[in-house]
Design a protein around this ligand. Structure first.
Ligand code: FE2
Length: 366
């Protein structure tokens, strides 16, 4: 069966044999590990591939990149790479995806199937509405593979065609300017410190994302909108369902999801701190969505940012949890511990101190 699998240590032997024979540069896809020794593959190449997928150890200007191998049963056929989001050089250059099929397997449909599977993976990684690809003009086989997967040529120059493929899984949140407008309007409906709390959360999310290998733009926007349900008045749990319903009504499901998940860092309804002031219908909605959603790094990121963001700026996580405990008279121990776990998780991803990363001492929301 044809399947795609991330580079991993359990497949080391076969991955090594494949990578060492991949050309150094073929049709624009470079292989830094051509002819690599078994030892260097194990000690350097594979750890680097795995680290790059987590945004660790990236050279200056690189974005995180996940390496996949295309397998047919237990034989590696090709390698596919997903660059997690666009920077300026990728936007005008190589785009999101790199693909390579080993010579003996070309012309057999593996490329088309491999790209289809890679696009499936990209749905949950790439935040942009379209997947960007580039192909050399003298490589019609690769161009055909892209077109068979729904690609359209949007530009060309002397050397390349530039292809885009719709990314139906993503881009499902407003852009930055629209998000800022939505927050400003919502504050007029229900003024309060929650507006600047949201700006602080957005700032923290953007900074952490930058160092942790997530998309900073998406993180900022989701942080800005996580409490948007407060637009509809002073409610406790109600702001969660209000936010979810509001964002869904504007067709922004990724933002809607954050309105819901940010309040439940254990993904359990019982973990909510505050008054359960929702109608039966709203409660059912929250419970059913919580059961359905498998939290991703953006859910975890905004949960953490919510726990360190005050209206005046960034707070110490323990000070903020203690403040909530004082106001509500209770702070569930599981939620408390989970917040500390999230802090440790992102510090590990960033390889730096959380408060340094978010400029705790100097940042003030405007
Ligand atoms: Fe919040």
């Amino acid at each position: 069966m044809i399947h795609l699998k991330k580079a991993c240590t359990e497949d080391l032997e076969k991955e090594w044999l494949f990578v060492k024979d991949m050309p150094e540069d073929e049709n624009g896809l470079t292989n830094a590990w051509y002819n690599v020794s078994r030892q260097d593959f194990e000690e350097k190449a594979l750890p680097e591939m795995i680290a790059f997928s987590e945004g660790k150890g990236l050279p200056e200007g690189y974005v995180p990149e996940t390496f996949f191998f295309l397998w047919d049963d237990d034989t590696i056929i090709g390698q596919f790479r997903i660059r997690h989001y666009l920077c300026e050089s990728l936007r005008t250059g190589a785009g999101h995806i790199g693909q390579f099929i080993a010579k003996p397997f070309r012309g057999k449909g593996y490329g088309t199937e491999g790209l289809r599977l890679t696009l499936e993976e990209a749905r949950s990684i790439v935040p942009e509405e379209e997947i960007y690809l580039r192909v050399l003009r003298n490589n019609p086989a690769s161009l055909r593979i892209m077109l068979k997967n729904g690609g359209r040529v949007v530009a060309e120059d002397e050397e390349h065609y530039y292809v885009r493929i719709a990314n139906p899984g993503k881009g499902r949140y407003p852009d930055r300017a629209e998000a800022e407008k939505l927050l400003a309007e919502a504050e007029q409906c229900n003024p309060g410190p929650w507006g600047n709390h949201s700006r602080t959360a957005a700032h923290c999310a953007e900074k952490i994302a930058l160092y942790a290998g997530l998309c900073p733009e998406k993180a900022y926007i989701l942080g800005l909108l996580h409490d948007i349900g407060r637009r509809f008045g002073v409610r406790h749990l109600g702001h969660v369902s209000d936010g979810y319903t509001y964002m869904m009504s504007l067709d922004y499901p990724d933002a809607a999801r954050i309105c819901l998940t940010h309040s439940f860092n254990e993904m359990k309804f019982e973990g909510y701190i505050g008054k359960i002031d929702t109608s039966e219908e709203e409660t059912t909605l929250i419970r059913s969505k919580l059961a359905e959603i498998i939290p991703d790094d953006y859910d975890r990121l905004i949960q953490l940012c919510d726990a360190i963001s005050g209206a005046e700026g960034v707070m110490d996580i323990v000070d903020r949890m203690s403040d909530v405990k004082r106001r509500y008279g209770i702070y569930n121990q599981g939620k408390w511990d989970r917040n500390l776990e999230l802090k440790a998780y992102f510090e590990g991803r960033m390889q730096r101190d959380l408060y340094d990363a978010v400029e705790k001492d100097s940042y003030r929301p405007v």
